[in-house]
Design a protein around this ligand. Sequence first.
Ligand code: ADE
Ligand code: ZN
Length: 336
Amino acid sequence: MNDALIRSLPKCELHIHIEGSLEPELMFALARRNGIALPYESVEAVRRAYQFRNLQDFLDIYYQGMSVLITEQDFYDLAFAYLERAKADNVRHVEMFFDPQGHTARGVAFETVTDGLSRAIADAERTLGVSACLVMCFLRHLDEASAEKTLDEALAFKDRIVGIGLDSSEAGHPPSKFKRVFGRARDAGFFVTAHAGEEGPASYVWEALDELGVERIDHGNRAMEDETLVGRLVREKMALTVCPLSNLRLRVVDDLSHHPLRRMMDKGLVVTVNSDDPAYFGGYVNQNYREISEALALSREEIAAIVRNGFHASLMPDEEKKKALAEVDRVLTELP
Ligand SMILES: Nc1ncnc2[nH]cnc12
Ligand SMILES: [Zn+2]
């Protein structure tokens, strides 16, 4: 019902793992280019395998999928394809997660990854008018020493990497495990964020705030189990990067009509809508807006409020934010 509005509004994407935008067609093309055998016979067989009972089921397939990424050009092709898709959804600004340890562990140089991604970002900025920046995530199932080593490598690319995040298997890997390396990242001037409260408990959200000093929470669904925590997030205007289709496919929610997004908004939380791993979860950012809007019967004003939250919570320069927010207002008045 609000399709035209969703399409017309300029948007931000603040929670996208670039490796999670690897469509099966590109996966096969890169496997062929690099002489890598995939354990699937066709693109359709890959898509059929995308049935997940939980986050770990997905991660096992996600790490296997990224094994086709070898050369600088592979990372370029991956990121540019995503940015073209984002442009089609009227996304103006992207904060792009990447998982260097998923590549360096396979013998791909850190520089190969960042060179390819940042070249695609520069080209997209020029040719598509989409701005983007890189947020490097630590894999939380690995130890802090590995994260420290990865941060050491990132320091040489400080001009291209703006932020540090934390992702992968959440349960059993609390944010406190990475307290020291996040302290170093903050001291070095990186923006910091972390996945918390996706599958893990509300206490992980507290830890992300108090021990990592995060400036955003990725997901945050389970913060809703703790009223005191919700109050703090509201008071601090801490943005949550919510990913509805991811939550559905990873069974964080059993049905989108039970998704906490509306209750989050009613409590005054700053929520944004994002795609997480769109090639695996059945939709890019507009599809996430469409399905959650329909499931929760979101009004035009509620949709616009989420879009505005995205710009406010982003790292865009203030002048660019102002322009984008003015455009949101213009679209709202012009669309019947
Ligand atoms: N949804 C997610 N949660 C944790 N780690 C991830 N890596 C890629 N997608 C992720
Ligand atoms: Zn994520």
